[in-house]
Design a protein around this ligand. Structure first.
Ligand code: PLP
Length: 397
């Protein structure tokens, strides 16, 4: 007998992957240039020069036995020191290498945190705000906890605090936030963050145990219009940060990220041990050695996001002109307009007739919307506008 849950997870293709496959099929029929694939969040700009330069220098200069050898399970100490320095310089903090656990991307960072803090069979709950990254449900359930979904504030994509307070209870182990957000691009304001900290502090005191705030922030540096992303450990002491260089350095295939467990976290050294223990139990120890070093040396760099900004402006202005309701994303490379009919799944199906591949909001816990992933060449965005217009005309006349 096999593990049915795993068979299910391994068999069902995600809606995004289905669309991606459909796109390839469609391209064979009508030509790749006529298919406007906005399905996947794969960065379309190259990694900054320092990435390849550093990788080549390390390959040339470092003893290969060291370069390709095992590092400490939690990541090379020198690597963790460089990352701590970078964070301290940018966020006026005082982290040490001992606060960092290097992982294979944000996905593993989230799994290490969730498996480290959740107790299977104890009815633990983890709160998530819609719209949310669908893998959260897989990760939370994989850690033996249940996901509680807070409906979206579709006006500004901040937090519906009344709904949050109604959901907090003695089983709440953690709250996951993702700002800048996939799929809507919203960044939580400082006001939202301060209010969230007050609410979590008060409920942690009420229930007599910390409610951890897991900040999933792979898009931290991808922001526009000088938007400031509040650094959550500076606002709430029980914050665990899950970071990744997949988007900021355009390195999704290299699989590098980290968990940050600040000293301010209640029983910080035990929590760090639990994160490390989860990494061990999941077999995630020792993230790739060469790219640990590359990412640490390039930790102050970001890929050139000007193309994303151009694409964002073209889409926001273009779609609004056509009658779509769009909250302009302050960050990420996603746009999350309202669909022109309530049924977002039918809407995205119809969009395929115009060779537009966009993802229904339902999968992100936010029906009535669709995600447009605009990490694509600007030329594709420009040429797609006509298709968005035809789609709008179909519904609005
Ligand atoms: N969290 C969010 C919100 C994401 O959008 C993604 C990837 O798209 C991840 C986590 C996983 O990131 P990684 O590729 O670093 O595992």
């Amino acid at each position: 007998m096999l593990n049915e849950r795993m068979v299910g997870l391994g068999t069902q293709r995600s809606v995004i992957r289905e669309l991606f496959e459909f796109g390839k099929m469609r391209a064979a029929e009508v030509g790749a240039e006529n298919v406007f694939d906005f399905s996947i969040g794969n960065p379309s700009v190259a990694a900054p020069d320092c990435v390849n330069e550093t990788a080549m220098r390390l390959i040339k200069e470092l003893d290969p036995v060291v370069l390709h050898g095992y590092t400490s399970a939690q990541g090379d100490a020198g690597v963790r020191a460089l990352i701590a320095d970078s964070l301290n310089r940018r966020f006026q903090t005082a982290f040490r290498p001992e606060n960092l656990y290097i992982t294979v991307g944000a996905a593993a960072a989230l799994c290490c945190c969730l498996n480290g803090i959740c107790c299977p069979g104890m009815g633990d709950e983890v709160i998530v705000f819609a719209p949310y990254f669908p893998e959260y449900k897989v990760f939370i359930e994989g850690a033996g906890a249940n996901m509680t979904l807070i409906p979206a504030d579709v006006e500004a994509f901040q937090i519906d605090f009344a709904a949050l307070e109604a959901s907090l209870n003695e089983h709440t182990k953690a709250v996951i936030v993702n700002s800048p957000n996939n799929p809507c691009g919203a960044v939580y304001s400082e006001e939202t963050v301060k209010k969230l900290a007050v609410v979590l502090e008060s409920y942690s005191a009420k229930f007599g145990h910390p409610i951890y705030l897991i900040s999933d922030e792979p898009y931290r540096e991808i922001v526009y219009d000088n938007t400031v992303v509040p650094f959550l450990p500076n606002y709430y002491k029980d914050t665990l940060v899950c970071y990744s260089w997949s988007k900021s350095l355009s390195l999704p295939g290299e699989r590098l990220g980290y968990v940050l467990v600040p000293d301010s976290v209640t029983d910080a050294s035990l929590v760090y041990a639990a994160v490390a223990g989860a990494g061990r139990s999941l077999g995630y120890v020792n993230a790739p050695s060469l790219f640990q070093r590359v990412c640490a040396e390039c930790a102050n760099e970001t890929a050139d996001i000007s193309i994303y900004e151009t694409n964002r402006n073209l889409l926001v202005e273009g779609l609004r002109r056509m009658g779509y309701h769009v909250v302009a994303p302050q960050g990420t490379f996603y746009l999350f307009p309202r669909t022109l009919i309530a049924d977002d799944v039918s809407f995205c199906e119809k969009a395929k007739d115009f060779n537009l591949l966009i993802v229904p909001g339902t999968g992100f816990g936010c029906p009535g919307h669709a995600r447009i992933s605009f990490c694509v060449p600007t030329e594709r965005v420009e040429r797609s506008l006509k298709a968005f217009e035809e789609l709008a005309k179909f519904y609005l006349g």
